[in-house]
Design a protein around this ligand. Structure first.
Ligand SMILES: [Zn+2]
Ligand SMILES: [Zn+2]
Length: 136
C-alpha cells in the first residue's frame, strides 16, 4: 500500500465496490450505469475522474487496447486477459494458464518493471458459435 492514501469519497468507494462485484471488465459507460443505481445524481465525468484516480492508486486496473474502448478491472492483481475481437468481451485467463515473465527485460532496458499487460484475443464462445452458424 502507498504511504499516502488518497481520502476516499463516498462516490469513489461506491464505484470501487460496484466494479469489484463484476468480472466483466466494464467500460466507463457501463460503470456509470452500475453506479447510477446507488448514486442517481452522479455524472459520467465524475465516474471517469474517479476511475482514473482509483487506477492511479492501484486499486483497479485499466485495460486499454488501441482502437477499443478503455475497460476497467476491479481486480488489480496480476492476471492476463483474453478479448473477443468481434464483441469486445474481455475475460480473465484462468490462473496458471500461461505465465511468462522475462526477468531480463528490466536489465536489458534499464526500466524498473512494475508489471506486464499481455492480452490474448480471438473469438469468444458465443461469437464463435454465431460465426460457425452463419457459415452454414
Ligand atoms: Zn464475442
Ligand atoms: Zn481482469
Amino acid at each position: 500500500m502507498a504511504e499516502k492514501i488518497r481520502s476516499m469519497t463516498r462516490q469513489r468507494r461506491v464505484i470501487l465496490q460496484e466494479l469489484q462485484k463484476v468480472t466483466t471488465h466494464p467500460t466507463a459507460d457501463q460503470v456509470y450505469d452500475m453506479v447510477r443505481k446507488k448514486l442517481p445524481r452522479i455524472s459520467l465525468a465524475t465516474v471517469y475522474r474517479n476511475l482514473d484516480l482509483l487506477a492511479q492508486d492501484g486499486l483497479i486496473s485499466k485495460l486499454g487496447t488501441a482502437g477499443a474502448q478503455m475497460r476497467f478491472d476491479g481486480n488489480p492483481a496480476d492476471h492476463y486477459h483474453i478479448r473477443c475481437t468481434r464483441c469486445q468481451r474481455v475475460d480473465d485467463l484462468p490462473a496458471g494458464a500461461v505465465m511468462v515473465k522475462d526477468k531480463g527485460v528490466g536489465e536489458k532496458t534499464g526500466y524498473r518493471i512494475a508489471g506486464i499487460h499481455l492480452e490474448y484475443n480471438g473469438l469468444c464462445p458465443e461469437c464463435l458459435a454465431e460465426v460457425q452458424a452463419t457459415k452454414g
